[in-house]
Design a protein around this ligand. Structure first.
Ligand code: 5GP
Ligand code: ZN
Length: 112
C-alpha cells in the first residue's frame, strides 16, 4: 500500500535496522524502543490490523520468527513479551499488522 510506512520499509523506500527477512515476513528494530530488545515482525502482505487476517497461519508464522529472534538476541532465558495492539485503547498507531517483541528488562504486568 503506497502510503503505508511499513510497506515502505518492506520496499526499502524507508530505511530500518532489519534483523530478519524472508519471502513472507520482515523484522526490524522499533524506532522508539521501549525495552533493550524491541523488534517489530510484520507480514510482507499489507494486512491493516489483526481483525483483517484471512488465515490462521500468518500470525503463527510471525510468532515463530519472534521466538527465533528472541533466541538470537539472548532474551529467551530471561523472558520476553509478544504484543499485537489493536485500536485506540491499545495505542495502535501503524495500520499494517505487526507483532512487537519486547525483552531485555523486567516488563510490568498488567501493562499501563
Ligand atoms: P503500534 O502502537 O501501532 O502497535 O506500534 C507501532 C510501532 O511502530 C511503534 O512502536 C513505533 O515506534 C514504531 N514505528 C513507527 N514508525 C516507525 C518507523 O518509521 N520505523 C521503525 N523502525 N519503527 C516505527
Ligand atoms: Zn503496509
Amino acid at each position: 500500500m503506497s502510503d503505508c510506512i511499513f510497506c515502505k520499509i518492506i520496499s526499502k523506500q524507508i530505511t530500518a535496522k532489519i534483523v530478519y527477512e524472508d519471502e513472507k515476513a520482515l523484522a526490524f528494530e522499533d524506532i522508539h524502543p521501549q525495552a533493550p530488545v524491541h523488534i517489530l515482525i510484520i507480514p510482507k502482505e499489507h494486512i491493516p490490523d489483526i481483525t483483517k487476517i484471512k488465515d490462521t497461519e500468518t500470525v503463527g508464522y510471525l510468532h515463530k520468527i519472534a521466538n527465533k529472534l528472541a533466541e538470537e538476541k539472548g532474551v529467551s532465558d530471561t523472558g520476553y513479551r509478544l504484543v499485537i495492539n489493536y485500536g485506540p485503547h491499545a495505542g495502535m498507531a501503524v495500520h499494517h499488522l505487526h507483532l512487537h517483541l519486547l525483552g531485555g528488562r523486567p516488563l510490568n504486568w498488567p501493562p499501563g
